[in-house]
Every structure is written in C-alpha cells, then in structure tokens.
Design a protein around this ligand. Structure first.
Ligand code: ACM
Ligand code: ZN
Length: 751
C-alpha cells in the first residue's frame, strides 16, 4: 500500500473512531429509534439468569432462537424478571410504538403486542456478550414508526420458495420492523395458491416444463431443474404462514394479478381467455406474455370473484392486490366478446376497458369490506377513492395518485426493486441495473412533487423482490441484505441520518446476519460520478459518491487511474471535454471495476429541444436536458413511437457534425432504430436532410450503445432535427413478439 493510501485510510479510521465516541453513534441499531437518551455505563446481566416477565411469551419465543445463535444464551420466563414487558395505556405512544428503559432493570412498554415485539427486537440489538455476561447500555428509548405500510414483496411465481423459506423471509422482515408482506402469488410463470373451486390452477398452472430463465443457467445460478418445475401453497400452508406472519406483526397482502400476467391461470382454464386469441403456454422466461383475461365474458368475472372470495377467506388483511400492470390489451381489440363489452360500456378504447375491469373487481372487493391496491397503471381511466396505488414506474404514478386523493405506497423500481443487483459484480444474481445500498438509503421516499396537504396519502414504502434471476433462496438473501437495512430505516425512522453513521451500523448488522448463516450481498466499490452542468457558465461540477469510505483515485484524460493518480478531495469543476475515470481500490490494492463518464461541451450543450413523442417518466434521461446535458450514459426512453426531436441552438451556428447514440438491447425490449435521419434548418420551418442511416434490426441478444456519427459540409443552422424510427412492436422472433418496443437515446452531439 502506498503512503498516500495509508494516510487517507488512517484519516478515515480516525474519523470513524471519533464518530463512535459520540453516544448516539455508538448504538448499532437499525432502524434507528426516534429518540434515544444515553446514560453512563452498562447494565450487566448474568447469561444464566436472563429472566423475563409480563406480556412477553410471543416475543421471547421468537427471540430466543436468534439469541441462542448470536449470544449463546436464552431468556427464561419468571414472575419477576429483570426484563419486564408491560402493556400500558399510554395515549402519547403511537400505534406499534414502544418505550424501552435500561437502568437497573429493563422495562419495555407498549400499548399493544406489536410495540412489545419491536421493543424486544431493539433490545436484542443492544445486547453485547462478554464472557458469561450480557452488557446492555443504560438508556431510554421512545420509538414508533414513520410509515404504517413498511413493505417487502416476494415473487414466488417466477421461482418458487418453500413454506420454510417464506417464513425465513418473514423473520428477516420483523427483525427490520417491516410489517407488510406483499406476496406475489401468481403470474405468467406459475400459479402458486390452492383454490378449491378451481383445482387446475395448481394441478396445471403451478407447473412449467422447465425451470427456464436461461441466463441463470449460464451464470451457474441454479441447481434445481426438476421437470416439471414449480410448486404451490395449500390453503392449510397459507393459513399457517398467515398466522406465523401475524405473530410477527406482519400483514400479508396477497396479489392476484389481473387482467394481464395471467398465462398460468389461462393455460389451466383457457375458457377465460379471449376468443380467437391462440394458445398460451406457462412461461419459463422473463417478460410479459399475451395472457390476459377476456373482459367480455361474464364467466371471467365469476371465475375471478370465486378466486378472490377464497383468497379473502385466507388473508384477513384490509388490502387485496390485483396487479393491473403491463396488460397486453391488443388481444382485447381482436376479441368479439371484448368488443361487445366496449360498446355496451361506452369504453372508447382498450384503456377504458381496463378501467372497467378494475372498477368491477374493486366493487366486488369493497362489497366484502376490502380495499383494492394495484400497480400504478390502474390510475388510467380513474379509480374509486378508496383504492390505493403502488407507484412502481418511478414516482410519477405516486404523485398523480396522491394528488387525486388515493393512498399510495412508494415502490419506484429504482431504487426499491431489490431484484436489481446492488453491486457491480458480474456474478451477482439479479436483473441488470444497479440499486446500491446508498441509493436505497438516500432516495427521497415521499416525492417532493406531492403538495404538502396530500403528503399524508403516502402511507408507506416497499421494496420488491422479483425472482426471475434469483432461482434459489440464497439469492433472495444475497439481494435482501444489506439493502433491507436501508428500507427498514427509511420506513421506520423519522429522518435518514448521515451516510457514514448508517454505514457503520450496517457493518455491525452484517456481522449479525452472517452469524445467522446468511451470505449478504457485497457492498459495491463503485464510484458514482455525478455531473451538475451549468449551461450558462458552459461548465460542469463533478462529484464522486461512494458507499465505502476507501479513497477514490481518478483521471480526466481517459487513462486508467492508479494509486498514483489524483486523489479525490472534494467536488471540482470542468470546462473542457473530458473522459473521467475513477476507481476505489480494495485494501489489498485490487479493484473490481472502474467508473467512467464522458463530458462533451458541444454546440448543443444545454440547448432546449422539443420531442414530438413524450419519453416515459421512468426513462427521462435525467430531465429536461437529458439529450443535451453534455454527458453520456443516461438515456431517454420512448415506447413504441419514434424519437423525433428538434434542438434549438439559440442562434444560427456553423455546424458540420452530428452524432446521436441509441441503445440496442432486444432482450430488454429495447431495439436500435430502424432508420435515423439528421436535418438542419435556419428558420425551424424548412429542414434540409444532411445524413441518413438505415441500420435495420437483426435478431440478437446484444446490449450495446450504437453511435450514428455524420460529418457533412459546413452548414449554417439554428435548428437540428433527429428522427429515429422505432421498430414499434417486438418482431416475430422476439419472446414478446407483438408487444411494444422501446427506443432509448443518449446525448445528441452537435459540432
Ligand atoms: C411491475 O414491476 N411490473 C409491477
Ligand atoms: Zn375477450
């Protein structure tokens, strides 16, 4: 290790050590309590004599298992314990809250079982074993949750997880004071819930020919390709899991996907599929099948009501999740029954038909005193006021829903989809796309665009675990930890704390979870390069953000950084084209990867443009100037339609070069353009074509950015138009043939 590195590391350690002396920081609690008052010293308990009394049976039973593994001791019930659990009538204490006092004894008070349970989990985190003693810091804590809905989701359709694994997942939730388990029970790839009236749902719909998802085999991620592959939960097993969850203050929200994502159900009962729609198979790959319930047949609704009635019998919670996302509606438009329904109901298009479908199901749930929740697509066409919305396509759906008076659960896919990997290791299981621990921790969970008086409609946050690329439970654990600590604290604690403080507590909690036998995900050695362009100043501020405290070394000329390169000491500003590369080295001097970003102060830098077809809110390229912000690497995404933009350079300018860049990643439903043309104009009316490319579209599974550079004779122009034609719909060779395709564009460079 170089001297410079040693010095920086020593400084970092010193800073951590100083911070540790701060009382508040020395408590390695997650989620961090609302109010902590430290007193001097520790209460020392004899491990042979850890007596508890009061309303504690359920908490003690649950904790002793962990105590045995972590601390090699257990609590024992007694009439007058050193640890006392008390149910109190304290009107100041919010629901699920508790008070914990450690002086010469330990008192946990709450108004209900939930608070006592959470107090017990906090106490377990406070115990430190030293020889035959348990040391507990003297303190008093008052604690209660920020959000009522503190959710974790698990997809058991794409891959099936056993009853024991689901229970394990619930254990991880309660340890993190999460209280809502969104159980994604059905999808195109398998139906997992026994329904007595429709036995084929599980006899047929729970089994696919192969485990599928070939990317997993290529990565060596699965060992269980039983044929057929699948499984389901019997109603007895579900009742057992529901009770197990309730003991942990967890409400289960079952998801019965409709009208789309329904191939497994429709293979079992094809009579509820549209007429003339062809045949379906149970999917063994990612994506969305054409499987959609026929909205025209009355029998479809009878079937769904029967299924939902049995579902409601099993799950006592207030909410039933009905999916509602990514409905493939083309089938409806070709179905005589659906067309008839549209006419009858005055539904002018397929979106209105989806709205009819959701409304009808909602009415049924409301008649049974339940509330509907669904993915943010259910907002299209209007909803009854009592329905709640899960915002997954970014935060826009959450803003729209809250403003319209609906309760909202924020689960934007970046960063709350934990199926995205959290580090940059090619071996990590999960979907491509990175959501780091820090991304989860620092994301603004209540969108700032929601007006102050509507904020209370955000009832919670949730992290989702889609299991396409996690065939085994150990992969779920790998992707859950350590990020579950971040969602825990975001959901529970009133404010997020300094990153360095959280990171230190995470290190401690990781050692705990490893003692429980979990292999958590690696924390990334990634350097995020943030660029803050200043268009008026023709410059850009550069900031590096890391998860780990290790130093960062960087270059701006595109060369490979080494430990002799410039050491990052704080944000800086650039005014010239640059190719930034930055690395964080591991303690042994090795590195896992480097980050890079190209900055180009070209003639369209910071110039406004108009897009003929709007980008999707979740692919906004970084906002208003996404295509002219001067840096490469964040794309604008448009579904089905062309990317057709006109940039206004502000004045007539000499130009002789245009380059635009498009993504080609067909297996992510993103196709390169069919044709790209560049046109220029002095007045914005009359455009002259200066270049054309016709790359066409070929079958492949690449994931690449393709440049379309054009040099032409020096021209005077104020307006630059780029027209990139989309393939529109996925071609016949594609797994989602007929589905809508995406077109993704990066910076348009003008010189
Ligand atoms: C979703 O991720 N399709 C809700
Ligand atoms: Zn139909």
């Amino acid at each position: 290790m170089k001297i410079k590195q040693l010095m920086v590391l020593a400084l970092a350690l010193l800073m951590l050590a100083c911070a540790k002396n701060d009382d508040d920081m020395a408590l390695n609690l997650i989620p961090y309590p609302v109010e902590v008052q430290r007193q001097d010293g520790f209460l020392t308990l004899d491990v042979e004599n850890l007596t508890v009394s009061g309303d504690a049976d359920f908490a003690v039973d649950q904790l002793n298992n962990q105590m045995a593994k972590l601390l090699n001791c257990q609590m024992k019930k007694s009439d007058k314990g050193i640890i006392q659990f008390r149910l109190v009538n304290d009107t100041d204490l919010p629901s699920e809250g508790y008070r914990l006092r450690v002086d010469d004894e330990i008192i946990i008070e709450a108004t209900g079982k939930a608070g006592l349970l959470y107090g017990a989990h906090t106490l377990r985190q406070l115990f430190q074993r030293e020889d035959d003693k348990l040391m507990v810091p003297r303190l008093s804590i008052t604690d209660y949750p920020r959000f009522a809905w503190r959710g974790m989701h698990l997809d058991v359709s794409r891959h099936f997880f056993s009853v024991d694994e689901v229970k394990q997942f619930l254990d991880y939730m309660v340890m993190n004071k999460l209280n809502t388990f969104h159980w994604h029970l059905v999808d195109d790839q398998g139906w997992r819930l026994e329904i007595k009236k429709y036995p084929k749902l599980t006899e047929v719909g729970a089994w696919r020919d192969n485990i599928g998802f070939s990317a997993n085999q290529e990565k060596g991620l699965n060992t269980k390709n039983t044929k057929p592959y699948g499984g389901y939960y019997t109603q007895d097993e579900v009742r057992d899991i529901v009770a197990y969850a309730a003991d942990r203050n967890i409400t289960i929200v079952p998801e019965i996907e409709l009208p789309g994502h329904s191939a497994a159900a429709l293979v079992a009962y094809p009579e509820y599929y549209c007429r003339n729609a062809g045949s379906l198979s149970i999917w063994d790959q990612a994506g969305v099948s054409a499987g959609v319930y026929c909205a025209g047949k009355e029998s479809t609704f009878q079937f769904l009501e029967d299924v939902l009635a049995e579902t409601m019998d099993l799950f006592p919670g207030e909410f039933i999740h009905i999916g509602g996302d990514e409905t493939p509606k083309d089938t409806w438009l070709a179905c005589p029954d659906c067309k008839k329904r549209m006419k009858q109901e005055g539904a002018h298009d397929e979106h209105a038909l989806q709205s009819y479908f959701v409304h009808r199901i909602e009415k049924f749930l409301n008649q049974h005193s339940r509330r509907l929740i669904g993915w943010d697509e259910i907002l299209d066409g209007g909803l009854a006021q009592s329905a709640a919305v899960m915002s997954w396509r970014g935060v826009a759906g959450g803003v729209k829903a809250a403003e319209a008076g609906h309760d909202v659960v924020m689960t934007p896919m970046f960063p709350y989809y934990f199926n995205h990997t959290q580090n940059h290791l090619s071996t990590s299981p999960g979907h491509p796309g990175i959501s780091t621990l820090r991304d989860v921790y620092t994301f603004p969970s209540i969108p700032t665009d929601i007006s102050a008086e509507k904020r209370s409609h955000v009832i919670g946050v949730q992290a989702n675990m889609w299991s396409e690329y996690m065939p085994e439970f150990e992969h779920i654990e790998y992707n859950l930890f350590p990020r579950v600590f971040a969602i825990s604290e975001v959901a529970w604690s009133p404010a997020i704390r300094k990153w360095e403080d959280f990171y230190t507590r995470v290190q401690h909690q990781l050692s705990v979870i490893e003692q429980l036998g979990v292999t958590p995900g690696d924390i990334s050695y990634h350097v995020r390069i943030n660029v803050e362009p200043d268009y008026a100043d023709k410059s850009a501020g550069i900031e590096f953000v890391t998860e780990r405290p290790n130093p960062v070394y960087y270059t701006i000329d595109g060369t490979q950084p080494t430990p002799d390169s410039k050491l990052y000491e704080g944000s800086f500003r650039l005014r010239e084209d640059a190719h930034i590369k930055a690395i964080q080295f591991k303690a042994d001097g090795s590195s896992t990867h480097q980050s890079e970003k190209e900055l180009i102060f070209h003639k369209a830098f910071g110039k406004p443009y108009k897009l003929k077809y709007a980008y999707a809110p979740q692919y906004d390229g970084g906002g208003e100037y996404g295509l002219t912000n001067g840096f490469l690497g964040v794309e604008v995404g448009v579904e089905e339609k062309p990317i057709d933009l006109v940039i206004d350079l502000g004045e007539v300018t000499d130009i002789s070069h245009i380059n635009s860049r498009f993504k080609n990643a067909p297996m992510s439903w993103v196709f390169g353009p069919k044709k790209v043309t560049y046109q220029v104009s002095a007045d914005g009316e009359l455009f002259e074509q200066v270049a054309v490319f016709e790359p066409g579209v070929t079958q492949s599974d690449v994931n690449e950015m393709v440049d379309y550079p054009a040099d032409f004779e020096l021209t005077k122009a104020r307006y630059v138009r780029v027209v990139a034609e989309s393939v529109g719909i996925c071609p016949s060779w594609h797994p989602a043939a007929g589905g809508k395709a995406w077109l993704f564009s990066d910076e348009v460079i003008v010189r």
